[in-house]
Design a protein around this ligand. Structure first.
Ligand code: ADP
Ligand code: MG
Length: 398
């Protein structure tokens, strides 16, 4: 689960991480009230959407060509910036061409920036540890730094048995070329970040840029926090930070049924059991020249209701031109899948080709139920056969 920058900053602040003063605003009047509470004379008005690259982004209808993060030199300019952002669609490198509508903004104190650095914490699968990454290349996308100048990324993996110590942070501080008072400020910052990361069960915390002020303080200018969904049950208070307007409605619906669904931009919807088989299905669709519309793992113990829900979610995607159901009935019985597929297909009046490959427990019964349903289901014998059939059926239907 992702949250907005201002929410991330509130959580980090509570954990002792240095952030600037700021207030969220939903209307231009609230933006003015927020600015009046800040010392001024520089205010920064920041669009709150779940995507980065806001500063360099553009509003779809904005004639002045200014981005989603703006400096305002007065209360009047703050109001003007708020009016230009609220209710408008911001397009950044990360939003895709459709952009995202700005419903809230963050009005923050302006900062006297001496240096922009990069800092992030994430769960590293290779070392099974929390990895701290830091770089002198603040404000740039870390993927670009990794590609063009990987030597500029410093890494420290923290042993969970001992946790973090000040020396870890000091090592990074010296690597970043910090000196004097900056080192202490950075160390305090990193220790507080690590504590927040562990306590909140984060998946990623990215501070880009991390700023060294002219006064030698280290503060978070931007903050991106993403939580580990599997640990969210331990943090009911975090669930309240969810902004449903930012989430794919299909993924939200899938979440209700504990379906593992990820929307993609292809045309072939897939319903599969098991994440590995789902990945293999997506690969083989591509191998046969198609593009998957989604990743979907219905799980091992899916009921007829869940299968029906999954089917409806796939069909609610307007890009879907064909569906491939690929089920290995190990824990799950093929007849249950067959009934779910038929029930859903009837309920939504299926208009796209449907290819089903079943294997495993009760496969004969499953196939029989499908054949007798009277629905135009294309049966497939194996994975390659299924992929070839669905790609061909979509081409023929077009
Ligand atoms: P994004 O990464 O989405 O573009 P940021 O929060 O990183 O958004 O802001 C973009 C840039 O705007 C920063 O790199 C920084 O130069 C500037 N900026 C952001 N917040 C402030 C602030 N409070 N004071 C001064 N400059 C800021
Ligand atoms: Mg940023």
């Amino acid at each position: 689960m992702n949250i907005h920058e201002y929410q991330a900053k509130e959580l980090l602040k509570a954990a002792g991480v240095a952030v600037l003063d700021g207030y969220v605003a939903w209307t231009p009047d609230e933006a003015v009230a927020a600015a009046e509470k800040l010392p001024g004379p520089i205010y920064v008005v920041k669009s709150q959407i779940h995507a980065g690259g806001r500063g360099a982004g553009r509003f779809s209808d904005d004639p002045d060509g200014k981005g989603g993060v703006r400096l305002a030199k007065s209360i009047e300019e703050t109001r003007a910036a708020a009016e230009a952002m609220l209710g408008h669609t911001l397009i950044t490198k990360q939003t895709g061409p459709a952009g995202k509508t700005v419903h809230r903004i963050y009005v923050e104190a302006g900062c006297d920036i001496a240096r922009e650095l990069y800092l992030s914490l994430l769960v590293d699968r290779a070392t099974s540890r929390i990895l701290i990454m830091a770089s002198t290349e603040g404000g740039m996308e870390i993927e670009d730094v990794a590609e063009h100048s990987p030597e500029k990324i410093l890494r420290v993996a923290i042993d969970p048995a001992t946790g973090i110590s000040a020396f870890h942070a000091r090592g990074l501080a010296f690597g970043l070329g910090l000196s004097g008072k900056q080192v202490g400020s950075f160390t305090k910052f990193v220790l507080a970040m690590y504590k927040a990361f562990v306590e909140l069960d984060c998946a990623i915390v990215e501070i880009n840029p991390l700023v060294v002020t002219k006064a030698g303080e280290v503060v978070a200018l931007d903050a991106k926090v993403s939580f580990d969904d599997n640990a969210l049950f331990r943090h009911p208070e975090l669930e309240e930070l969810r902004d449903e307007a930012e989430e794919d409605p299909k993924e939200l619906e899938a979440n209700k049924y504990s379906l593992s669904y990820v929307a993609l931009d292809g045309t072939i919807g897939c319903m599969v059991n098991g994440a590995g088989l789902a990945m293999a299905t997506m690969d083989i669709i591509k191998l046969y020249g198609g593009e998957p519309a989604n990743f979907l793992d219905v799980g091992g113990g899916a009921t007829k209701e869940r299968v029906t829900a999954a089917f409806k979610i796939i069909l609610s995607d307007p890009n879907v031109e064909g569906i491939l159901v690929n089920i290995f009935g190990g824990i799950m019985r093929c007849d249950v899948i067959a009934e779910g597929v038929i029930a859903a297909a009837r309920e939504v009046s299926l208009t796209v080709p449907l290819v089903v490959r079943l294997e495993g427990t009760n496969v004969a019964l499953g196939k029989e139920i499908m054949a007798k349903s009277g629905l135009p289901i294309i049966a497939a014998d194996n994975l390659a056969d299924a992929a070839e059939k669905v790609v061909r059926a979509v081409k023929e239907a077009a």
